[in-house]
Design a protein around this ligand. Sequence first.
Ligand code: NAP
Ligand code: ZN
Ligand code: ZN
Length: 352
Amino acid sequence: MKSKIIKAYGADSPKSDLSEMQITRRDLTAKDVEIDILFCGVCHSDLHTARNDWGGTKYPAVPGHEIVGRITAVGAEVSKFKIGDLVGVGCLVDSCRTCDSCKKDLEQYCLNGSTGTYNGQDVHLGGHTFGGYSESVVVDEAFVLRVPENLDLAAASPLLCAGITTWSPLRHWGVTNGTKVAVIGLGGLGHMAIKLAKGLGASVTLFSRSPEKIQDALDLGADEVIISTDSSQMDKVQGKFDVIIDTVPYVHDVNPYIATLAISGTLVLVGYLGPLEPVLNTVPMILGRRSIAASVIGGIAETQEMLDFCGKHNIVSDIEMINMQNINNAYERMLKSDVKYRFVIDMKSLKV
Ligand code: NAP
Ligand code: ZN
Ligand code: ZN
């Protein structure tokens, strides 16, 4: 298959900094669009992948799955988009489209394995897929989203992962007017969870380890902040929440949070991937019909629904814009939870 060489930023090994490199993009097939990438959000999953935290990273690794840009070319059979359209690409660029999950618009749970925007299997060129820390990307139109025109494009890019990852569980667990929601961790996902849950009419509490974030959380729309290391504050919210969205990226004790669930409440893990420690105590779960669940991103139709909702309610991410060349420093700051509240790369910086 013919292809074109473009500039990208990626890691050659788990220990190496990200640096400039060249990658190939396929020539357009009939259903493909080519997108000139304008902005790309920086997700904690990018860092986990670049550093092989989860195992299975293929190198070179070019992260980035919060992509917004403009269409520069379309294949012969593209019907949804035209040259010049402003569009987004999130965490998925393909799936089998025939399994039960795909038929239910749950491509993220494709039974034959969906294709990640990065570190997925590239069926066109062989090897693995490369993400949005790059000049352009070629994607089947079925996996391309429309970004509402009224939103600031850079600030909209984190909706493509942080937005949908928190939207999907909020919707699945029926969050609506008056639902009592709590969010654990005020980072990229956490701050979007607050905004989206408020948009849905919920009352929202933030659990944070960081007292210096209290005012920001209230400004973002939270009704209340509980400092999770303060047991007297934790005591105040026992039995309170219908839904908790847990965005913490590293292993942590979820037992204190289960105690804050109402009867029949659900704690949804979206951050940490791996065995929980310390062990779960089932007593409060059994005696209160409380659940622990988990969730990964969202399907394409649901992502469009979330983008349209954000367009209507004027919801975007709070961002710090960086140049591509500052990505390694941004990763170090993200590890210290020192970002308000999502880094977004101005991709112009890669093109100069
Ligand atoms: P982030 O911006 O770094 O935010 C994570 C927040 O969690 C921090 O701001 C901090 O908030 C809290 N935190 C960090 N380390 C902690 C620790 N050791 N113990 C307790 N709290 C801690 O990260 P993100 O981009 O939001 O991503 C969060 C996680 O979700 C990552 O693991 C990422 O890979 C994952 N993720 C999952 C999906 C999915 O589909 N399920 C999609 C995207 C990302 P406070 O300072 O307020 O405590
Ligand atoms: Zn992500
Ligand atoms: Zn499928």
